[in-house]
Design a binder for this molecule. Structure first.
Ligand SMILES: Cc1cc2nc3c(=O)[nH]c(=O)nc-3n(C[C@H](O)[C@H](O)[C@H](O)COP(=O)(O)OP(=O)(O)OC[C@H]3O[C@@H](n4cnc5c(N)ncnc54)[C@H](O)[C@@H]3O)c2cc1C
Length: 233
């Protein structure tokens, strides 16, 4: 699908949301992803990247949210940061099954590590815009306490939020550490047959999935979104 770059907005330290205007109506489900083709003089990582649409189908513009650090970024991320409004780009049709279950009564546990928060933003925004209150617990893990976009949306939606910070600053009073199977099990244990969604860096999602399976959770209630390219959150 053809889109036109509209504008970019910083949403946290080194994290930016890029907005695109589709040339024709796009049908997608909250939580799905696309591939963005960005022609440029690319390093060995190439000219294409997968991104979750952090926007909701209820919003006019499509959006992706990604890391855009000034140092140690790929040529792709540098190119993205230099996009000028009006530039036309090609995106793949949205796809993927990291989406909400049809049955609204199923309790949901979301585990988002770093930029793994993008599909959660899309789904919570969709539910909020359509006025549908579901039972959601979110474990939102970031590297630093300031690296967490979309907090105001999550707070306004009244989901049960647990923040986890891997490198807490001096004086940080909240939970510190990484995502572990035990933490995820702790969030899910008193819920009746919840669906557990985990998204973030591939090694973390892989380890969490294996841990949950080893504890006997059924595969059909585990929905994983693996982000390659980020070794850690
Ligand atoms: C289904 C799916 C959904 C995804 N959704 C998102 C999303 O919503 N948001 C998102 O940000 N990503 C998402 N990703 C991951 C995305 O496709 C990229 O892999 C990721 O953003 C890293 O981008 P980058 O390679 O440009 O590296 P950068 O973001 O520039 O850097 C990431 C890390 O790689 C290191 N690095 C940078 N350049 C190099 C290099 N040339 N060689 C070796 N290491 C390098 C950096 O030091 C840094 O640690 C998704 C992936 C999939 C498969």
């Amino acid at each position: 699908m053809h889109v036109v770059f509209d504008h970019a907005e910083p949403v946290a330290r080194d994290i930016t949301t890029f907005y695109f205007r589709p040339q024709r109506p796009v049908h997608y489900m909250a939580g799905q992803f696309t591939e963005v083709y960005l022609p440029h003089a690319a390093d060995s990582r190439g000219e294409r990247r997968w991104f979750t649409l952090s926007s909701s189908p209820t919003e006019e513009l499509l959006a992706i949210t990604t890391r855009t650090a000034a140092t140690d970024s790929s040529t792709y991320k540098k190119g993205l940061a230099q996009l000028q409004p009006g530039v036309e780009l090609h995106l793949a049709e949205p796809m993927g099954d990291f989406v909400l279950p049809k049955d609204p009564s199923i309790p949901l546990v979301f585990v988002a590590a770093g930029l793994g928060v993008t599909p959660v933003r899309s789904m919570v925004k969709y539910l909020s815009d359509t006025g549908e209150q579901r039972h959601i617990r979110l474990l939102y893990a970031t590297s630093h306490s300031t690296d967490a976009p979309f907090m105001s949306l999550f707070t306004a939606y009244h989901l049960e939020l647990t923040r986890l910070v891997r490198h807490p600053e001096a004086g940080y009073a909240g939970l510190a550490g990484s995502v572990t199977t035990e933490r995820v099990l702790g969030l899910a244990e008193d819920l009746e047959e919840p669906y557990i969604y985990v998204s973030g860096p591939e090694p973390l999602v892989e380890a969490t999935y294996k841990g949950l399976i080893a504890h006997g959770l059924p595969n059909e209630r585990l929905i994983m979104d693996y982000f390659p390219g980020y070794p850690q959150f």
